[in-house]
Design a protein around this ligand. Structure first.
Ligand code: FE2
Length: 154
């Protein structure tokens, strides 16, 4: 139980790091759409960071979820795995576009790509929220922590 709580705590911290990167992507995208100057290198840089981060995060998340499988339906776990595949595919597609020479794109194309980046940010945030509420079921963990605080200490 203590190991599971520690793993869960680490995953939650990693989600906060990801949300920070998503927030930076969103800020850069919105600035660009408002016509404000943006260093375009920030897009591939942050997306590459998220891709590298995912290499170990997704595996850990699926491992923790399999440990709590008894309280989570297999359908939810299948949805989680397919969301991971969708996010990975979206990330790969966006990186493929953004690692091209952005300077060769016209304004409409850049705005369209940035719109896709914002779509990715929304999808990713929704995924994190679903994982924390439906799979980690943070309400249950919070109640358990109140009932047995010493057991759940990290
Ligand atoms: Fe995930």
């Amino acid at each position: 139980m203590v190991m599971l709580m520690r793993s869960l705590g680490l995953l939650l911290e990693e989600h906060r790091v990801m949300e920070r990167a998503l927030g930076l992507l969103e800020t850069a995208s919105l600035r660009l759409l408002r016509g404000e100057p943006v260093d375009m290198r920030v897009f591939p840089l942050l997306l590459r960071f998220l891709r590298e981060f995912d290499l170990q995060h997704v595996e850990k998340e699926e491992r923790v979820c399999s440990h709590i499988r008894r309280r989570v339906s297999s359908r939810i776990l299948e949805d989680l795995a397919s969301e991971h595949r969708l996010l990975e595919e979206s990330l790969r597609t966006l990186l493929g576009i953004l690692e091209e020479d952005l300077k060769s794109m016209d304004g409409d194309r850049v705005r369209s790509v940035v719109g896709d980046v914002l779509g990715y940010v929304r999808l990713r945030r929704a995924h994190i929220s679903r994982v924390e509420s439906h799979i980690f079921n943070l309400d249950i963990w919070a109640k358990r922590r109140r009932r047995c605080p010493r057991l759940c200490e990290a």
